[in-house]
Design a protein around this ligand. Structure first.
Ligand code: TXE
Length: 503
């Protein structure tokens, strides 16, 4: 049974009391509740409180007050860095519990859950380190009697809305820099996977965040929409689907509020004949099927050169067929279920459409069989060859364990295929020719390009997309800048009359 250890103040005391919302430093219940399911079994893990309009208003107002009137604005960058470091230590303390909870909630393997929590910890440490080194800059105004400097200030109240595939990780990319910069925040995890974010807010409280600085709302898109529409919100940072991103940007236009959007991708993984064959194959499987392909940067479009194409497809399909699908908490499992029945139905719809469009099914395409799979949302790793640019499965984000293979002959064709997408989040190139690697990486219109690797990202390196993949960057110094206003302070230290007007 799911159980969170209570931190400093009460926030959950069993199934009867669902004090999961955190508003102005108080854990609170609400009028409605929703079930959180384990995607591997379909069972209810826990029931959580859901915010209504009144809680949204209360949380945003609390964040506003904490920003305008509270002690937070007067904290030094060093103090905020200390709070982030303390939070990182608490994440280390509770790593195993958090990893298990993430696995239970999302279906990912426990190993992936542990990697996520370690990455979250690193993000907190990175922004702690950056917070007190970000000192603005002096500007040379060309005069000995002028001091001109750029200072960075927080934007204000930030609404942070996260998806379900990397619930805590995606939230950490937002909350750590937002707090480092001195903002106050209202968090909303996905309604499908709220559990680790509840725990994170408890840890931030335990680390010493003043009341109102971090507020937590739970609920679905209606709660998210109410947050975005609230006039006291200054900035919205969102990771999720393109359609929702468009709605958020439209809503944020009212009052010209800032937005940062990460909206997924349709990522090309280009393999040249001269690539290290076994490594490229191994990584192609990982790129497509880790977390059952529910990764914004998943290598869902394999683009393979003529010389190795047929062998590569055959080997890929054979190995995909051997991937052990199962409950993420089973140590034998290599990839888990999809997050929900609805999401699996959507992915199955894409598989259907690919078959109708004439793509050749090389592996998977169906649910695994056996009693252990009956009530969970499982789907076999799926490989399609003979894919063309007009197919929905090649153009649209499927977000499941499905990889399509396209064939190319010349380098220029590979670049054209890789760039023929409205998205532009990430991509990879596999080759043993160093100059070709750089040439192709330079030509790809994607926010991250890996050469002879797939999926690594670093807290200190920017992450974000071109085109429909979004606006703005998370991680790195730009990830902090998203949450800062720049102010120019110009001081004339020896003002004398200039007689601007003659009278
Ligand atoms: O995401 P939504 P969904 C893609 C993936 C997936 C598709 C839809 O292709 O199949 O999006 O997934 C909140 N105003 N990605 O429907 O709706 C919602 O409650 C404000 C890519 O699950 O975008 C949740 O917290 N908020 C992606 C969050 O938005 C709203 C990761 C994401 O939900 C809202 C996940 C509204 N009007 C899915 N409507 C990535 N970029 O990695 C919903 N929400």
């Amino acid at each position: 049974m799911y159980a969170l250890k209570a931190p400093s103040s009460h926030y959950r005391s069993g199934k009867g009391r669902m004090k999961d919302l955190h508003i102005d430093g108080i854990w609170t219940d609400a009028g409605t509740h929703s079930d959180v399911l384990n995607p591997a079994t379909g069972e209810v893990v826990v029931t959580v409180a859901e915010a209504g309009k009144a809680e949204v208003d209360a949380a945003v107002r609390a964040a506003r007050r904490a920003f305008d009137e509270g002690p937070w604005r007067r904290t030094t960058a060093g103090e905020r860095a200390g709070l982030l470091r303390k939070t990182a230590d608490l994440l280390v303390r509770d790593r195993e519990e958090l990893a298990r909870t993430e696995s239970l909630d999302t279906g990912k393997t426990l190993g992936e859950g542990r990697i996520d929590i370690d990455d979250v910890t690193n993000v907190f440490r990175y922004y702690a380190d950056l917070a007190d080194k970000d000192a603005g800059r002096l500007v040379d105004a060309g005069s000995a009697t002028v001091v001109s400097r750029i200072v960075h200030e927080p934007v204000g109240v930030c609404a942070l809305i996260a998806p379900w595939n990397y619930p805590l990780l995606q939230m950490s990319w937002k909350v750590a820099p937002a707090l480092a910069a001195g903002n106050t925040v209202v968090l909303k995890p996905s309604e499908v996977t709220p559990l680790t974010t509840i725990k994170l807010v408890a840890l931030l409280e335990e680390a010493g965040t003043p009341p109102g600085v971090v507020n937590l709302l739970l609920g679905d898109g209606r709660v998210g929409a109410a947050m975005v529409e609230h006039p006291a919100v200054d900035l919205v940072s969102f990771t999720g689907g393109y359609a929702t991103g468009e709605k958020i940007m439209t809503a944020a236009a009212k009052g010209v509020r800032r937005v940062a959007l990460e909206l997924g991708g349709k990522n090309p993984n280009v393999v040249f004949d001269d690539a290290g064959y076994e490594t490229a194959l191994d990584y192609a499987l990982m790129a497509a099927f880790v977390h059952s392909g529910q990764v914004c940067s998943a290598g869902a479009r394999l683009i393979v050169q003529d010389g190795i194409h047929d062998r590569f497809v055959a080997d890929l399909a054979a190995r995909a067929d051997r991937i052990r699908v199962g409950n993420g908490l089973d140590p034998e499992t290599e990839t888990g279920p999809l997050v929900s029945a609805q999401h699996r139905a959507k992915v199955e719809g894409y598989i259907e459409s690919a078959l109708e469009a004439g793509a050749k099914l090389e592996a998977g395409g169906k649910r695994p069989e056996g009693p252990e799979y009956e009530s969970g949302f499982f789907l076999r790793p799926t490989v399609f060859s003979g894919c063309t640019r007009d197919m929905a499965i090649v153009r649209e984000e499927v977000f499941g364990p499905v990889v399509t293979v396209e064939r190319f002959t010349e380098e220029a064709d590979a670049i054209a295929l890789a760039n023929d997408t409205e998205y532009g989040l990430a991509g990879a190139v596999w080759t043993s020719d160093a100059s070709r690697a750089q040439r192709v990486a330079g030509a790809l219109r994607h926010g991250t390009v890996w050469i002879n690797d797939y999926h690594p990202y670093l807290p200190q390196a920017e992450w974000g997309g071109f085109g429909k993949s979004g606006i703005g960057r998370e991680l790195g110094p730009s990830g902090l800048a998203e949450y800062q206003e720049s102010k120019h302070i110009y001081q004339n230290i020896d003002p004398v009359p200039q007689h601007w007007f003659k009278g």
